[in-house]
Design a protein around this ligand. Structure first.
Ligand SMILES: Nc1ncnc2c1ncn2[C@@H]1O[C@H](COP(=O)(O)OP(=O)(O)OC[C@H]2O[C@@H]([n+]3cccc(C(=O)O)c3)[C@H](O)[C@@H]2O)[C@@H](O)[C@H]1O
Ligand SMILES: Nc1ncnc2c1ncn2[C@@H]1O[C@H](COP(=O)(O)OP(=O)(O)OP(=O)(O)O)[C@@H](O)[C@H]1O
Ligand SMILES: [Mg+2]
Length: 289
């Protein structure tokens, strides 16, 4: 049985990966007939790396950044998001989403501030709405920033930061994204910043999940890429079986977030069951070409 380590996981060819992703972004945006991409800049590693890749692929004049802080956003995140936009030389908009968020709070009967998840998830969903406003307005696609770790364990808000058009770094684990950031020239304070959705004060990803991304990543690598059983993955990674089980449970419980909504069959041909249209890689019907 192979030994699965973080050292091996981060030893990938970052030059090759960068080129693959650049080619993907460029051809996708072209084939979709869009003029570029819009991205939310949080000052975190995922959005910073994705922004660097977008600019390499599309040129700085075709990328728009949105900096969308709420009061739970720390000042250093705003500073880092501005640093990314200004270093890349892209146009960016700064919109404090406090008033929008509070309009929801005031409009919802019985709004319960103590429900961290229901209330916190409003923030990514407000950001998604603003990203699509700019995408519609300037004929752009919305670039998502989810990485393979977050996508597989479902650590994102459904139709919030999960509501996007493309996921350029979706096949890279969080730890790999950090080293890709270094390769692309991101400063260490962004590349190695502890991950956080900043949905409430003091929230960190590892605090909420109860497991470090370094562990999540090797465990997922064993379970998903090597197709190991939970027992095999525990042995190959040297991680406790309870931890491996907990990660696997997250993967299974969040499958609904990675799938289009399900339709029950009541007719002769049903979406998602036997309606299959030949489409090109942008999802547009090939019959139109
Ligand atoms: N089996 C099923 N089939 C179809 N739909 C199902 C379902 N189970 C739940 N659902 C639906 O999904 C909803 C729950 O999912 P969702 O609304 O996303 O809510 P949930 O997964 O509970 O919360 C989002 C999580 O992602 C984290 N997050 C959010 C944003 C960014 C980041 C980050 O990494 O930075 C992390 C956040 O801290 C929180 O832990 C349910 O209310 C229900 O509507
Ligand atoms: N204050 C913000 N302004 C603009 N976009 C934001 C803001 N906060 C979050 N987002 C968007 O939501 C995405 C998901 O947040 P998430 O925290 O997972 O990513 P990140 O901050 O880039 O990296 P990390 O997961 O390591 O914290 C961000 O990448 C960004 O596109
Ligand atoms: Mg973050």
């Amino acid at each position: 049985m192979p030994k699965i380590t973080l050292e091996n996981l981060i030893r990938i060819d970052y030059e090759y990966v960068t080129q693959r992703i650049i080619d993907f972004i460029r051809s996708y945006v072209r084939d979709a007939g869009a003029s570029g991409a819009v991205i939310g800049l949080s000052g975190g590693v995922d959005s910073s790396v994705t922004a660097y890749l977008l600019v390499k692929a599309l040129g700085r004049d075709n990328v728009i950044g949105l900096i969308l802080p709420y009061k739970t956003t720390p000042p250093e995140d705003i500073r880092d998001a501005k640093y990314v936009a200004e270093t890349l030389g892209i146009k960016y908009y700064y919109i404090d989403i406090g008033r929008i968020r509070n309009a929801f709070a005031e409009s919802i009967p019985g709004f319960d501030e103590s429900d961290k998840i229901a209330v916190g998830n409003l923030l990514p969903r407000i950001r998604m709405t603003l990203l699509y406003y700019f995408a519609n307005r300037f004929n752009k696609v919305v670039a998502g920033t989810g990485d393979k770790s977050e996508l597989l364990i479902g650590y994102f808000t459904k139709y919030g930061d999960g509501g996007v058009d493309i996921l350029p770094i979706g096949d890279l684990y969080k730890t790999q994204v950090r080293y890709l950031g270094k390769y692309l020239g991101l400063p260490d304070n962004i590349a190695f910043k502890p991950s956080s959705p900043r949905l409430w004060e003091g929230q960190t990803a590892e605090g909420e999940l109860g497991v470090k991304y370094e562990d999540v990543d090797v465990i997922l690598h064993a379970l998903v890429d090597y197709r190991m059983s939970v027992e095999q993955a525990a042995e190959a990674t040297g991680k406790p079986i309870e931890l491996v089980q907990a990660v696997w449970r997250r993967v299974l419980n969040t499958e609904h977030k990675r799938k289009p909504p399900i339709v029950p069959r009541v007719s002769m041909r049903t979406l998602g069951i036997d309606w299959r249209m030949p489409v090109n890689k942008t999802g547009v019907s090939e019959l139109m070409e």
